[in-house]
Ligand binder design. Structure first.
Ligand SMILES: NC(=O)c1ccc[n+]([C@@H]2O[C@H](COP(=O)([O-])OP(=O)(O)OC[C@H]3O[C@@H](n4cnc5c(N)ncnc54)[C@H](OP(=O)(O)O)[C@@H]3O)[C@@H](O)[C@H]2O)c1
Length: 221
């Protein structure tokens, strides 16, 4: 796939490298052409820096990895007819890293993307794990699970394919209206870390297969 990355920082580079290693072609753009060239250089030979309009036109899927404060301005760079019907994966964290609080009173970063780029098929994903997590080398059963939400089945499937290329499972947790909850989860994780604990240990260990078996009707007698 041609994976277009809007963003030139740490997450853009980490995801770009991981997807390049999985065989994808990476297009990078941002508000600063020199930063985009530098990000493409850090990703490697499968990457090229392109203008925003070219990224919107050529990318099969667009991944957004910019600071929340710059999200609207950044999406405006690529918004337009080329994004209509295209999968756009929003990885931004609109969360205050010191308090864990969501930075908006309502809505979500992902819904902001959908508003600024009407017609784009927005999926919220990949905001919760550090870029350095990818690609995961965990054994398949223990691979990370990336919660994703979005309204279009084909875009959820596209996101799931890219997440599988990172070595992770994906779990659809709702439509785009659920994005705020997914974003709030990043704040929850940060609060548990700030309290001195591993957030992995702050959620119950629930095996859905065992749960389903326990709920099966028991044979009479
Ligand atoms: N790093 C991670 O491991 C990680 C993991 C999950 C989610 N995230 C989320 O991904 C996003 C990017 O994180 P990062 O760590 O890659 O940050 P970063 O290294 O600081 O890069 C920030 C990116 O946002 C752009 N940007 C900042 N302000 C902007 C503005 N006002 N207008 C347009 N663009 C602007 C920067 O462009 P310039 O180069 O021009 O400044 C740069 O491309 C954040 O929302 C973060 O919470 C990060």
């Amino acid at each position: 796939m041609n994976v277009g990355i809007l963003g030139t920082g740490n997450l853009a580079t980490a995801l770009g490298r991981a997807w390049a290693a999985a065989g994808h072609r990476i297009l990078v753009t941002g508000r600063d052409a020199e930063h985009a060239r530098e990000a493409a250089r850090r990703i490697g030979s499968a990457a090229e820096a392109v203008a925003a309009a070219e990224l919107a036109r050529r990318a099969d899927v667009v991944v957004i990895a910019v600071a929340w404060e710059g999200l609207e301005a950044a999406v405006e760079l690529i918004a337009g007819p080329s994004l209509v019907g295209k999968t756009v994966i929003d990885c931004t964290n609109p969360v205050d890293f010191t308090t864990g609080a969501h930075k908006t009173e309502s809505g979500s970063a992902a819904e902001t993307v959908a508003r600024v780029a009407p017609g784009a098929h927005v999926v919220k994903a990949l905001h919760l794990f550090a870029g350095a997590s990818w690609p995961s080398t965990a054994i398949p059963r223990e691979a990370p699970v990336v919660a994703i939400c979005g309204d279009e089945q084909s875009s959820l499937e596209t996101a799931a394919r890219l997440i599988a290329d990172l070595g992770a499972h994906s779990a659809v947790v709702g439509g785009l209206a659920s994005a705020r909850q997914a974003e709030e989860t990043a704040g929850f994780v940060m609060r548990v870390v700030a309290a001195g604990f591993n957030p992995k240990l702050a959620v119950p260990d629930v095996d859905p297969a065992l749960l389903a078996r326990a709920q099966e009707p028991q044979p009479a007698g």
